[in-house]
Structure formats: structure tokens, C-alpha cells
Design a protein around this ligand. Structure first.
Ligand SMILES: [Fe+2]
Length: 238
């Protein structure tokens, strides 16, 4: 599948966390030591193949069902919904949004995740969907648990959901994390604090009684803004 040709402005690096942020230890090892080289955007970058939107399955947006083996995943069901917007509040349509997250106990299905918390046989922890005509996306999932990490003594990541947004080509991928309101771990988290004050708050979803479904699940709203004053801070290529 090819995307529409277009011209992309350069990223506003000041709106996003620094590539090397010493409080977030692994960035010191993996962050670039030399100035970045801008890759020229030729027709092949702008119109290259993208992930096939047509292959997004019916259950792919529903993490409470897409990994089910013999029941429902454990944890608090939630709905995460929002819009993908440009700097002028215009909807960005037909964009692939992928998410991944820990289960309700704070454990990922990954060989490197050896946190002493249970895996959930009915929770795979990832999903995807495509934004609609209004730029809207929607996921059903369970609230992820906090988990420890080795960044510093007694370090715990606040509950979060990782999000990836694909534009019209593979060159246009953005990655970020969504947090939950009122989480006491947020002020202690070097990754959250890597975004500048005033911008990091944009990474916190809003509880929404409007999105909450009676007797079923709490709703959280999280808009993703690509550029401008309200731009969602993004990570560098992770
Ligand atoms: Fe994570």
C-alpha cells in the first residue's frame, strides 16, 4: 500500500524530551553522541509501503478479547479513546495506531521482563486500530499495573500505555506513552519528567464519565496532537 505524497516539516525537537536524559539512565548509552543527520525526503520515503491497514482485524482494538484463551483478562476494564489531530485541531484520518502495555499485575509478555508478577494467560498486551473520518481511535483494555525497573533504587514506572502512530509512510512513525490521572508515581518518573513542564501534563489521559460505559468499564480520553503548542511529547525511535 502506498501513502499520499506530501511534504513534511522538520520535527520541532524542543517540544520533545531530550535524546540523552541522564536521569533516564539507558538514554546515556543509546542516545546519539553526534548531531543528527537529516535524511532527505524523496518520493520513496514519502510514498513507501506502510503497514497494511486493510489487515487490521475486528478484535485488534480489543485487548480484553484479542488474547483470550479461556476467559477474560484479570484487572479493571477500561476504554481508551481519543483523536489524532494536527496543530490546527484538524483530524488526521486513516492512521494506524498501535498500543502495547503491561497486564494488570505490571508484567509484559517478553523474555526480558522477569518482574515477579503473574502473566495473564488471557492477555496479550497489544492492539491496533485505524483512525476514522473524525481522527478518532478507540481501544478496550485493562488498566496496566505499575512495575519496577532498574533505573535507580526503588524505581517504579507509573501505569502507562505505549502508543505508536504511523503516518502515510514508514518514515512517519511517532511513539509516546499515555499515563493516568492522579498517579502518585508520576512526579518520581524520569521518563515522564523527561518531557518539559507544561508539555508532560499532555501525556496524562483524562477520566471521562462520558466515555465510561455503565456496568462495564471506565473511560479515559487521550488526544494525540502531532505538532504545535499542544503537541504530544514523543520519544525518539522506540
Ligand atoms: Fe512500559
Amino acid at each position: 500500500m502506498t501513502g499520499e505524497a506530501g511534504d513534511y516539516s522538520r520535527r520541532d525537537w524542543g517540544a520533545h524530551p531530550a535524546l540523552v536524559h541522564p536521569d533516564y539512565k539507558s538514554t546515556v548509552l543509546r542516545g546519539p553522541k553526534k548531531p543528527l543527520v537529516v535524511t532527505p525526503q524523496t518520493l520513496s520515503e514519502l510514498t513507501g509501503p506502510v503497514f497494511g491497514h486493510e489487515s487490521v482485524g475486528e478484535l485488534d482494538h480489543d485487548l480484553t478479547r484479542n488474547g483470550a484463551v479461556n476467559g477474560e483478562p484479570m484487572g479493571e476494564r477500561i476504554i481508551v479513546e481519543g483523536r489524532l489531530l494536527d496543530e490546527n485541531d484538524r483530524p488526521v484520518r486513516n492512521s494506524l495506531i498501535e498500543i502495547w502495555q503491561a497486564n494488570a499485575a505490571g508484567r509484559y509478555i517478553h523474555k526480558w521482563d522477569q518482574h515477579d508478577a503473574p502473566l495473564d494467560p488471557n492477555f496479550f498486551g497489544s492492539g491496533r486500530c485505524v483512525t476514522d473520518e473524525d481522527g478518532r481511535y478507540r481501544f478496550m483494555t485493562v488498566k496496566p499495573g505499575a512495575y519496577p525497573w532498574g533505573n535507580h533504587h526503588n524505581a517504579w514506572r507509573p501505569a502507562h500505555i505505549h502508543l505508536s502512530v504511523f503516518g502515510p509512510s514508514l518514515m512517519t512513525r511517532l511513539v509516546t506513552q499515555m499515563y493516568f490521572p492522579g498517579d502518585p508515581l508520576l512526579p518520581l518518573d524520569p521518563i515522564y519528567n523527561g518531557a518539559r513542564p507544561g508539555a508532560r501534563e499532555l501525556l496524562i489521559s483524562k477520566f471521562s464519565i462520558g466515555l465510561t460505559e455503565p456496568g462495564y468499564a471506565l473511560g479515559y480520553e487521550f488526544d494525540i496532537v502531532l505538532r504545535g503548542r499542544k503537541a504530544t511529547p514523543m520519544e525518539a525511535g522506540r
